[in-house]
Ligand binder design. Structure first.
Ligand SMILES: Nc1ncnc2c1ncn2[C@@H]1O[C@H](COP(=O)(O)OP(=O)(O)OP(=O)(O)O)[C@@H](O)[C@H]1O
Ligand SMILES: [Mg+2]
Length: 433
């Protein structure tokens, strides 16, 4: 039976006598790879594979940022090996089992394995049979999901993520990390303006988290001088919850709040990757979009934030040092985030008078990455906006950078700009009739 035929058979089967089918997803293995999995919590996963292909996909998933908190062990030997292992070891939160067995044999193997499994353990089966009856039997035995081989790392991640992220109860915000290729290249300005544009365009809540604790400009750019902010959260991350977060955020507009930096030199700041992650996790659970304004530094925590973000935005000025640094960052992201889309490159301050510049095309060719936005040098608008604590569009709605910033904001939210088309001559004639 083809996968399409199977899907429709399944649909009618589900519409008929399987009432609780919604509890278990049946995934068509030929569906396109969708790495739209969300990060999973600190769970333990044991995979027992039969084929190198499935083990390989599991390994790619295990190395992905979305499974960074999970503890994953990949073993070969399928159900037999799992049975031996769990006879003398505790069961993890999730077992992924690949089986080459036929229906009856697979069900018998599962029944044997169930004797050693704790009640809370979830099971994903990767099988090699497109069989609705098998699917029903697995459902009855409490299996969470059945995937038909060949499976991709994206499918595995998505299945795991679906089991541990409930879209109704656990809203998981998207994290956008902004970093400058070189100090002073305009990364914070781009971050604040794109975040603001996004909050206005989507009418969705956005928090700008200023991680430049000593020198951050988020408060200045939004014309705020908050007494509390992200410094308090990072000092005692374990205390941060929804209520405290609400007190530490400063509302700047209907949909945008800032998590401002303390900007005092009396303290020194020792941020750890762990404190940073636990603070950002709380923010993520409470707002749909978090824009992280990273300082131009390279510490363990900066690297962690960058590698774990949903989207990375690199701002660079068109000169050699910016190009070298941007290339290093892009190369690192390409190597370590193989299941993610490429970072967004913003070329800023392009066309500064008298400055020798690397042409946009050359910059893009050197990075093998097309710029998501090219923003001209416009000292009048940017200078005035910075000094007045305004966004660029508030200072000058006609500034050339405004459409580019809007496009960047929409690209980050995976939305396209809908351009209102004026009716053509024919349509106008039709309207008149
Ligand atoms: N396109 C532009 N045209 C003119 N000035 C700009 C432009 N973009 C940013 N600037 C100005 O450049 C200055 C530095 O910008 P910003 O603070 O955003 O850079 P940064 O990369 O975040 O710096 P830091 O390394 O300190 O974090 C600001 O005064 C800002 O107004
Ligand atoms: Mg900055």
């Amino acid at each position: 039976m083809s996968n399409t035929a199977l899907s429709s058979t399944l649909a009618s089967a589900l519409a008929g006598d399987i009432e609780d089918a919604a509890d278990m997803a049946f995934t068509d293995a030929t569906s396109p790879v969708q790495a739209n999995a969300r990060p999973v919590p600190r769970i333990s996963i044991q995979a027992f594979c039969e084929t190198a292909d499935v083990a390989g996909a599991a390994q790619v998933a295990a190395d992905d940022r979305r499974l960074a908190k999970a503890h994953v062990a990949i073993n070969m030997g399928g159900c037999d090996a799992a049975g031996h292992h769990f006879a003398s070891n505790p069961t993890p939160n999730l077992i992924i089992l690949e089986s080459l067995a036929k229906r009856a044999e697979l069900l018998a193997e599962l029944d044997r394995l169930a004797e050693h499994c704790d009640a809370g353990t979830k099971v994903i089966i990767v099988g090699h049979l497109n069989d609705v009856t098998l699917y029903r039997d697995l459902l009855k035995r409490g299996v969470s999901e059945y995937l038909v081989a060949p499976v991709t790392a994206g499918q595995l991640m998505e299945s795991i993520s679906n089991l541990y992220n409930n879209p109704e109860t656990d809203p998981v915000g998207h994290v956008h990390a902004y970093i400058g290729a070189k100090g002073g290249c305009g990364s914070s300005t781009i971050c604040h303006n794109a975040a603001w544009m996004m909050s206005e365009a989507l009418k969705s809540n956005v928090v700008v988290a200023d991680m430049d604790l000593a020198f951050g400009t988020t408060g200045l750019d939004f014309n705020q001088d908050p007494m509390q902010g992200i410094g308090d959260a990072l000092a005692t991350p374990e205390r941060l919850d929804e209520v405290l977060l609400d007190r530490l955020l400063t509302k700047c507009s209907e949909h945008l709040s800032i998590f401002a930096a303390p900007v005092t030199l009396e303290r020194s700041y020792d941020i750890t990757p762990e404190s940073c992650e636990s603070v950002l996790d709380v923010v993520r659970q409470n707002v749909p979009f978090v824009a992280i304004d990273l300082p131009h530094t390279w510490m363990a925590w900066t690297k962690t934030v960058l590698l774990r973000a949903d989207e990375v935005i690199i701002t660079a000025a068109p000169d050699l040092a910016n190009l070298r640094n941007a290339k290093n960052i892009v190369d690192l992201l390409r190597q370590t985030r193989r299941n993610d889309s490429l970072p967004h490159l913003v070329l800023n301050t392009v066309g500064m008078p008298k400055r020798p510049e690397i042409a946009v095309k050359e910059f893009e060719a050197a990075l093998d990455l097309k710029a998501a936005a090219v923003i001209e040098f416009d000292i009048e608008t940017f200078g005035q906006a910075a000094n007045n604590g305004q966004m660029i569009v508030e200072t000058n709605a006609k500034a050339k950078s405004v459409p580019a910033l809007r496009q960047l904001a929409l690209a980050l939210a995976h939305r396209e700009e809908r351009i209102e088309k004026k009716p053509g001559l024919l349509e106008r004639l039709k309207l008149k009739r």
